[in-house]
Design a protein around this ligand. Structure first.
Ligand SMILES: [Zn+2]
Length: 199
């Protein structure tokens, strides 16, 4: 996951500042196919190759999630609305997205909510050891939404550098774009580098 500033990503890639999970360094390796992301625009993700393991990676901007046609902030708005009690139909209407699409986001997030709540609660304590317990909500879904927001606020307080990164972009970075992925595992949630490539 990289920032959504294309020029900055290119600079970091060329300067050898982006690393492969194996520990090797990434260098430019062409581009992935352009795709249109609603709420973001047409993106043409950069590809990079690791000098050690030779695996190529697509650098996904934190404004996007894997295999989702909408930007993460639009999806996040739907998740927040659901957490405050809205149903999928009114949410779809307000965001002008198909009902089935919105229902898909909500179901996918619900399926990952306990893992997200656990991982982000851990991250929250790391970012701000003095943070109090968040008040529990009637659903794990709402708990998970709340703790994502709390992490973003704590990151902003602690680091003062994530002003340009929304809570949902932070969530995209921490989950490697897999916030709504069926295979989201504890392992793929990268809280050891809480901001991933977000900044
Ligand atoms: Zn590698």
């Amino acid at each position: 996951m990289v920032g959504s500033d294309v020029v900055e990503v290119e600079r970091r890639l060329r300067a050898g500042e982006l690393g492969c999970p194996c520990g090797g360094g990434l260098s430019p390796w062409g581009h992935a196919r352009p795709r249109s992301v609603r709420g973001v625009g047409v993106v043409r993700p950069r590809r990079a190759r690791c000098g050690s393991c030779l695996v190529t990676h697509v650098l996904l901007a934190v404004s996007c999630l894997l295999r989702r046609a909408d930007g993460v902030d639009v999806i996040g708005a739907a998740l927040r609305a659901k957490a405050s009690g809205a149903g999928h139909r009114p949410i779809a209407q307000r965001l002008q997205r198909p009902v089935s699409t919105v229902r898909g986001w909500l179901r996918a997030f619900a399926g990952n909510a306990d893992k997200i709540r656990a991982a982000f609660t851990g991250l929250l304590v790391e970012l701000d050891p003095l943070t109090g317990w968040l008040p529990p909500h009637p659903s794990v879904f709402a708990d998970a939404v709340e703790v994502v927001g709390a992490c973003a606020a704590a990151a902003r307080r602690r680091l003062g550098v994530v002003g340009a990164v929304s809570p949902w972009q932070l969530a995209a970075a921490v989950t490697g774009g897999c916030l709504l992925a069926a295979g989201l595992s504890r392992v793929s949630i990268n809280t050891s580098r809480p901001l991933g490539g977000a900044v």
